[in-house]
Structure formats: C-alpha cells, structure tokens
Ligand binder design. Sequence first.
Ligand SMILES: Cc1cc2nc3c(=O)[nH]c(=O)nc-3n(C[C@H](O)[C@H](O)[C@H](O)COP(=O)(O)O)c2cc1C
Length: 161
Amino acid sequence: MNTAVVYYSLEGNTDYAARKIADSLGADMLRIYSKKVYPTSGFRKFFWGGMSVVMSEAPDLEPYEFDSTAYDRVILGFPVWASNITPPLRTFVTENDLRGKRIAAFACQSGNGAEKAFDRLKACLGIDALEAELVLIDPKDKPSVDNERKIEDFCVALRND
Ligand SMILES: Cc1cc2nc3c(=O)[nH]c(=O)nc-3n(C[C@H](O)[C@H](O)[C@H](O)COP(=O)(O)O)c2cc1C
C-alpha cells in the first residue's frame, strides 16, 4: 500500500502528528504551504484565519510536487479552523484528483469542531466516509499520553486494513 501523508500546519501541531504517522506507516510526506501568509499570533491569527474559512477561500499554494497516481491511500491532515478544514487543504483537495483512493484524515484542534470539519472534508471530496479519522488536542503544544495512544491506534488500524 503506497501511502502519502499530505497536510497543512500553521504552528507545528499537525506537522508533529504527520511526522509520527508517516514514520509509523512508512509513508511519504507532503507539507503544503499557502502563498497567503496567515498571522501566527494574537487576535489577528484567529480573525484572519477565521475570515478565510468564512469566505470559503482556497488560497494559492507554494509550488509542490504530488503525483496522485503513485498512491493507493492519502492521509489528509489539518488544524481545525472555525470547525472547518483549513483553506490551504481545501485548495489541495480541489487541485488533485483523489477519486478512487483510500482517504483517511487527522485533525488537530484545541477544543472541538473536528467532526464538523471531517463532514466538510468529505463534502469537498464527494465521499460518504473516511477510511479512518483521528482527532488530537494540540499534540505538540500539549503533549499527552492520550494523543500518543490515539496516533498509534490510528496507525495500527490503517496498517491492518
Ligand atoms: C484561525 C483559527 C481557528 C481555529 N479554530 C478552532 C476551532 O474551531 N476549534 C478548535 O478546537 N481549535 C481551533 N483552532 C486551534 C487549532 O486548531 C489548534 O491549535 C491546532 O492544534 C493548531 O494546529 P497547527 O499547529 O498545526 O497549526 C483554531 C486556530 C486558528 C489559528
């Protein structure tokens, strides 16, 4: 099973999880970057990120290489923003044809909203279900046994699938 972990991370929590997942599964990794610069501190961070979600933006991405035909499975990772997927991930899923792939997803959040975000991701992809879902609470900034166990369980489920 050729697997790619494709993710966006503003402040490193999703990146932290993506590295663990890719390492555990022996998957390729692609971190996408938005050309639009999102603030990383204070009120501006939530305001401009939230506005981008509300406006359903799909910001241009920095150039990247991704050949979807090389993968059977794609694991999409993102921080939850306003109970939604992050706009750069929206760009990625609209730019790439992922039909027929196994799609799993993981979301990092500080409180809640991931379930709605997964529903929105499925709607973007035009699918009814994800192969596996993982929700983490700020895994880099708030290290916890629970996060680590959930990452491992997610990888075991995918490895056995
Ligand atoms: C614009 C913005 C909106 C956010 N909205 C939510 C939210 O709706 N629910 C939540 O639990 N966390 C929310 N967060 C917190 C992040 O999802 C969380 O801290 C995540 O772990 C950050 O991942 P990252 O370090 O990979 O960027 C938001 C953060 C930002 C910047």
